[in-house]
Write a protein that binds this ligand. Structure first.
Ligand code: NAD
Length: 480
């Protein structure tokens, strides 16, 4: 199967109006950081500078938390139906400005425009619509007749789905009557800053949403601040562990959405081409920068050879390159640091004896790129089978029986997501029951819905985001 050549179909950059420099968004306004420090956010696809962004200090975090505390009094007492109007307004503005958000997300993150356009931004809007609907129905959150907001939520998010992770955090917090201080990831702050403009456009009361950009110390300052009542973190397990330690023994509530090493399990009776498609989507979507990526392929031994051959053929058709081109399937790696980590882990796979195969594709000379990669001859002890690579790298293992598949799939420190591919319904139910994963997809992968709770077992974190459970994480009530 040859790669079909398409004429370039670049999305226009001109829909985005970047400011040369951004302040912090505190108390409804953009303000300069107290220490006057800035850093540059770059486009990972070509390493060009996009904008200067403020480096928030502990003093800035303090200002943001104070603003959020002041705003909490009014926001938490506002009838839920009134809060809902703001959330609906934000959701509609996100839809109206979806193209602008999608282009900006792609510029700042490196993900293909068709993903930011068709997945990230529509889902972000959907999250606000969903939680707008909850704002006047908090008594149905499962916490008794009169649940109360927690107060000020400190929220720290990663770079892989910048705008979507913001929506996952901000929408339920606001619906419940909380106010927020959000720290976006250092490499992808720009859509959060555009969201700050949306808050202004929606006339959201000042201080309800505060956005403090910066590096890891800024996140640590949010976590450490005594005026924060709830910490919501999405990111790596290593940092999640540090945060759990930092909040232990304080009054702060915490939810952690951490890493994963999802198994995509293909049985011999599966519809093979659909399964190939699902496996490709499971690991090469968003360059594999997906916490719930199906980064371990478990394929039944009797079809392994044929499956891998078809998988390679399909991988050979993936178009890697300019993220703004509407034909692109796989974009840029988000940062040089992440590229170094992916390369190091791929090298370890070869060194430990696995066989590496890469799709034959020309990578751009500037920017951060890694070709879609497949490992076979992988042992469970290999690092590439155990550690989260967070890149476009798939490790293949085989199994003979369902119980062997379950044992191998569960043989991980993580427990975020898994996929099952079979025509047999009873097998799907048995597997789903026995897999230790927060989300199990059957004959599909990477499907998200704001009504559906998402979260992990084991070192993938604790707490759930999405649906009623995601709302309850921002409330306290008389019923646990
Ligand atoms: P990271 O943990 O390095 O950083 C995440 C965020 O935490 C960033 O904003 C960073 O500045 C901040 N941070 C770093 N150190 C901190 C500290 N000591 N205190 C407070 N904040 C701190 O992760 P990353 O590299 O940005 O993201 C990739 C990771 O995120 C992957 O492991 C991935 O699996 C995970 N992730 C999980 C989910 C999920 O829902 N489970 C979703 C997306 C990403």
């Amino acid at each position: 199967m040859a790669r079909i050549e398409y004429a370039p179909a670049p999305e226009s950059r001109s829909v985005v109006h970047l400011r040369p420099s951004y302040g912090l968004f505190i108390d409804g306004e953009f303000v300069e950081p107290t220490l006057g420090e800035h850093y540059t956010s770059v486009n990972p696809a070509d390493e060009t500078a996009l904008a200067e962004v403020s480096e928030g200090s502990a003093a800035d975090v303090d200002l943001a938390v104070r603003a959020a505390r002041r705003a909490f009094t009014r926001w938490s007492r506002m009838p839920g139906a009134e809060r809902a109007k703001y959330l609906y307004r934000i959701a509609r503005i996100l839809q109206e400005r979806a193209r602008e958000f999608a282009v900006l997300e792609t510029l700042d993150n490196g993900k293909p425009i068709k993903e930011s356009r068709d997945t990230d931004i529509p889902l972000a809007a959907a999250w606000f619509f969903h939680y707008a609907g909850w704002a006047d129905k908090l008594e149905y959150a499962g916490l008794g007749p009169d649940p109360r907001p927690l107060g000020v939520a400190g929220q720290v998010i990663p770079w892989n789905f910048p705008m979507l992770m913001l929506a996952w955090k901000v929408a339920p917090a606001l619906a419940g009557g909380n106010t927020v201080v959000l720290k976006p990831a250092q490499t992808t702050p720009l859509t959060a800053l555009l969201f700050a403009e949306v808050c202004q456009q929606a006339d959201l009361p000042a201080g309800v949403v505060n956005i403090v950009t910066g590096h890891n110390d800024t996140g640590a300052a949010v976590v450490a601040h005594k005026g924060v009542d709830k910490i919501a973190f999405t990111g790596s397990t290593a940092v999640g562990r540090r945060i759990a330690e930092a909040v232990a023994g304080t009054h702060k509530r915490v939810t952690l959405e951490l890493g994963g090493k999802g198994a995509n399990i293909v049985f011999a009776d599966a519809a093979i081409d659909q399964a190939v498609e699902g496996v490709v989507h499971g690991i090469y979507f968003n360059q594999g920068h997906v916490c719930c990526a199906g980064s371990r392929l478990l394929v039944q031994e009797s079809i392994a050879e044929e499956f891998v051959a078809r998988l390679k053929r399909r991988m050979g058709t993936l178009r890697v390159g300019d993220p703004l081109d509407k034909n692109t399937d796989v974009g840029a790696i988000n940062s040089s640091m992440q590229l170094a980590r992916i390369s190091e882990l791929a090298d370890s796979g070869v060194a430990e004896g696995a066989t590496m195969w890469q799709a034959d594709c020309a990578l751009p000379s500037r920017g951060f790129w890694f070709a879609p990669t497949l490992f076979t001859d992988v042992a469970q002890s290999h690092r590439i089978a155990r550690e989260e690579i967070f890149g476009p790298v798939l490790s293949t293992l085989t199994f003979r029986t369902p119980s062997e598949a379950i044992e191998k799939a569960n043989n991980t420190q993580y427990g975020l997501a898994a996929g099952i591919w079979t025509e047999k319904g009873s097998l799907i139910l048995k597997m789903a029951n026995e897999l230790r994963a927060g989300v199990v997809w059957a004959n599909t992968y990477n499907k998200f819905d704001p009504a559906s709770p998402f979260g992990g077992y084991k070192e993938s974190g604790y707490g759930r985001e999405g649906g009623r459970q995601g709302l309850a994480a921002y409330l306290e009530g008389d019923r646990a």
